[in-house]
Structure formats: C-alpha cells, structure tokens
Ligand binder design. Structure first.
Ligand SMILES: Cc1ncc(COP(=O)(O)O)c(C=O)c1O
Length: 480
C-alpha cells in the first residue's frame, strides 16, 4: 500500500500569533507546497484526521482547507481513496496565478496592538525635524551601542518618574524592540553558565522561542489570578525568571504584593535575575499604576520596556535598565548583534519625551482605551449576559472564557468567517489542552462604534459552534 505523506514531511508552518486564521495559513502552505513541487503530482495526502492531529488543529479546519484546494484544482479526490495532489501545473501556471489576498477583517479584535491610527504623527514629525536640526555632525557617526545619550537621559527621567524605577543613563541600553533586549540578556546569562530561565504559563510563546534560541532552556511556571506562582520557582534549576508583574500577559493578572515580595526574596537568596517585562503598564484604568519591581531591587532586576504598546511596534524601540554588572556584557552582545540601533530615531524619541509628548499622548490614549474597554465590556454583557471576564483593569485586551463544550479553534475560525479576528488562549499555554478554552479580545484595533456589531458577530460565531446546550456562561443573545 502506498504510504501517505506525513505533516512533518510536508514542512507546514503555522504561526498561531500572526492573526491570520489557521485555515487560511494551512491553505497557503499547502498551495505553496504544490507550486514549489515539494508535493509531487499524484502523491497521496495525509488524512484530514491525521494532519489535524499532527498540527494540533481541529479536523474541521483541515477539512475546509482540503475542500478549498480541491475547488482550486490543486488536489483531486476519488471516492474510496486518499486525496491526492492533482496533475502538475506548469511553471507558467504557477507564476500567473497570484496568491489570493488574505482578507482584512472588518472587526479586528486581536490583542497586543495599540490603535495604529492614533500614532501622534505631527508630534513625531516635529520631534524628528527638531532632532535632526539640532544633531551635531558626530550624531551621524556609528552610534554608541547603548543608544544615543540624549535618549538614555530622557528615558531615565521618564521611567524614574512614571514607573518608579531606579535608572541611570549609563545603565540604559536601547534595543530593536524589547524582544531583542530580552535576547541579549539571555545571551549574557548563558555565557555566565545559566542553563534555564523560568517563564510564565500561560505566557508569550515567541519570547519562549527567542529564549531557547540563545541556548537556554525554559521552565514554565503556572500563573493564577494573583500572577506567577512564585512558590514554584524554588523547585526549579533556573538562574532567571521572565515575568510581567504589572499586567500578566495574556491573563491580565497583577502580581500580588506578597508574591512581589517573595519574588524579590527568591532573587536575593539564589542570586537569581528577574527580567521584568513592563510592556504596557502605562495603560491602567481603574487603579493607580503598579510601580516597577526594578525600583525595589535594581541590582537583581533587568527592567524591559518598549514603545510598541504606547506608540507603535513599527518603531522597534525597546529599552533595558540593567544591573551594573550587566552593562558591559549586554552592550557587547548588542555590538555583536547589530552595532547599535538607529540613532536618529532615538534622538527624535528623546525630543518627544523632553517635550512631554509621550505624557500628552498617554493621557489622550488612556481615555480612548478606557472608554473602548467600557463599551466592549458592555457589548459582551449585552450578548452573553453575566460572563467571566479577566484582565479588564489594564492593557489593551481582555480575556473571556468559553463554555467547556466549545472548541477554541473552531470558534476562532467561525469568527474569521464573519470577519472578526480574535485569538484563542491555547497557543499561550505550555500544554494547549490544559485550562479552559478562552478568547483574547483586543480593543486596540477596533473603533468604539464598531464594537457592538463586532461583538454581535462574535456571539453569532460562538452560537454556530455550540454543539450542545449552552451552559449559560456564553449564551449569545444575538439574532442572525
Ligand atoms: C508580553 C509582551 N512583551 C513585550 C512585547 C513587545 O515586544 P517588542 O518591544 O519587541 O515589540 C509584546 C508585544 O506583543 C508582548 O506581548
């Protein structure tokens, strides 16, 4: 009997964080495999069940992708035998047929992005112009690998005032996004003999991948409603822990005061390092912001910040405040990585901070997001009744739990068919099957006026997916 191709042999790559529905990604990957000749004409494909299991998808997603490729003529199916790759298309065919564009969702509820239309273009333009005009000729030379001095000075003042850090310009290192900063710190830890870093579970999957790429292992530590289970750190062999104390990603929990104390105690006792990812602490709506841990133990904490949430991820502007013994090795790692980040954007950022433009922008956007958050919560309650919602107090997204009989991926796919982009919580967990099915709903990319209709469409998608009697948690009230 002829063997079918396995998922591993197909080299299909799906990105659960890209925001592109998995069905569309799978279709693209299969189409590419046929076009590139990796899938030879006539070869049998894995069964939808086997491929779904290999890729950790629901079978419905694979069935839909196969049906699409059958309809497009890439696959052929004969009754009673495996679906196969259709007879070879010519090179001219494949050049002529463009990839169908990925549709832009009408209701973009993905988490993690600020509203890109709120970027303060005028103020940034002014700061860019002023910085360029004032820059001495030396500013056009190869930059200081730690970042332009005016930016490190301005950031220090901002962080000490707004985030209660204890920073000094000579301990600040600017990076290409906080992702690079965390990678550099991990490289230094590895050189110092650290073998493993603890990360939150659930947590940011890309950060785990980045840490492992430096040669370190990751140990997942559970998170509950009070944040990281710090008590579990003692049972591990880690030399550092990456944590989001002000606003856990993605659950939204704030690290409880006694756990903050326990975490600092762990670092002191074990000479361990806390890597504090303070990615969106500026967005806190109902209570005062929680100060950074770094301000309590500047020699045991690396503070990590970013402009990606407060301004735009396109700036690739992130920063570290490091303990004194990390300054030189991290700067050295940065030198080897890229010889320093673009200095002119840093000078513009310094001017932007010095003029108080970031404070002004935050005052404005905080009010916008708070109002959107309120509208979103009201819309969710109107559609679903009393609903467990987590992470409402801060950030740019919240989390809703799904009924136990609902499959997260099926819901995400059904929402995508209604032009609603949401993310499931599974991809953030060490064990995707552990923990309740849940959706992360962002409010950075949707206007307040679109919110009720977006949530109504989501509720309809959920209603479509319901396989048994609703348990009452997420019983949609929308009428189609
Ligand atoms: C938890 C967390 N930290 C940090 C970041 C920002 O990363 P960067 O500064 O590299 O854009 C993100 C972005 O999505 C995030 O989710």
């Amino acid at each position: 009997m002829k063997r079918t191709t396995s998922a591993a042999e197909l080299l299909l790559q799906l990105d659960r964080h890209s925001g592109v529905p998995l069905r569309l990604q799978l279709e693209r990957e299969l189409r590419r495999s046929v076009r590139s000749g990796r899938l030879v004409s006539g070869s049998p494909l894995p069964s939808t069940r086997a491929l779904a299991a290999d890729l950790g998808l629901s079978r419905g997603v694979v069935v839909e992708a196969y049906e699409q490729l059958l309809a497009e003529g890439y696959f052929v199916a004969r009754h009673g035998s495996a679906t196969r790759v259709a007879a070879r298309r010519t090179h001219a065919d494949s050049v002529a047929a463009p990839e169908p564009p990925i549709p832009v969702p009408r209701f973009d509820l993905r988490p993690g992005l600020p509203d890109l239309s709120l970027f303060p273009r005028r103020a940034w333009m002014l700061s860019t112009r002023c910085a360029l005009a004032a820059a001495p000729n030396a500013a056009f030379d190869y930059p200081d690998v730690r970042g332009a001095e005016p930016a490190r000075v301005a950031l220090t003042a901002y962080l000490n005032r707004a985030r209660a850090t204890i920073a000094r310009p000579d301990r600040v290192i600017l990076c290409n996004g906080s992702a690079q900063g965390i990678g550099l710190v991990c490289r230094v830890l590895r050189e110092r003999g650290v073998r493993a870093v603890a990360v939150e579970d659930p947590g940011h999957a890309d950060q785990c991948t980045d840490i492992r790429a430096t040669g370190l292992r990751t140990r997942r530590i559970a998170v509950d409603a009070r944040g990281l289970r710090v008590d579990r750190l003692a049972r591990t062999d880690v030399g550092a822990v990456l944590v989001t104390p002000a606003h856990q990603y993605p659950t939204g929990a704030v690290l409880a005061p006694e756990r903050r104390a326990a975490l600092l105690d762990w670092a002191e006792r074990t000479r361990g390092l806390i890597i504090e990812d303070d990615y969106d602490a500026e967005y806190r709506y109902d209570r005062e912001p929680v100060g950074a841990l770094q301000g309590l133990a500047p020699d045991r904490v690396v503070y990590v910040g970013t402009a990606s949430k407060v301004l735009s991820p396109a700036l690739r502007l992130g920063w570290l405040v490091v303990p004194s013994d990390f300054v030189d090795p991290v700067a050295q790692a940065k030198l080897h990585a890229d010889r320093g980040s673009p200095a002119l954007a840093q000078l513009a950022f310094a001017d932007f901070l010095d003029r108080g433009e970031l404070d002004r922008h935050l005052r404005r956007t905080r009010a916008v997001y708070r109002s959107r958050r309120d509208t979103l919560v009201a819309a969710l309650q109107a559609q679903f009744g009393v609903l467990p919602i987590q992470g409402v107090a801060a950030g740019l997204h919240l989390v809703i739990e799904l009924e136990p009989d609902l499959d997260e991926e099926t819901v995400v796919a059904a929402a995508a068919r209604r032009s609603v982009r949401v993310y499931g919580a599974r991809a953030y967990r060490a064990n995707p099957r552990q923990g309740p099915a849940a959706l992360l709903i962002g409010y950075g990319g949707i206007s307040e006026s679109d919110m009720p209709e977006g949530v109504r469409q989501l509720a309809l998608a959920i209603a479509e997916c319901r396989t048994s009697q609703p348990t009452g948690v997420a019983s949609a009230r929308a009428d189609a």
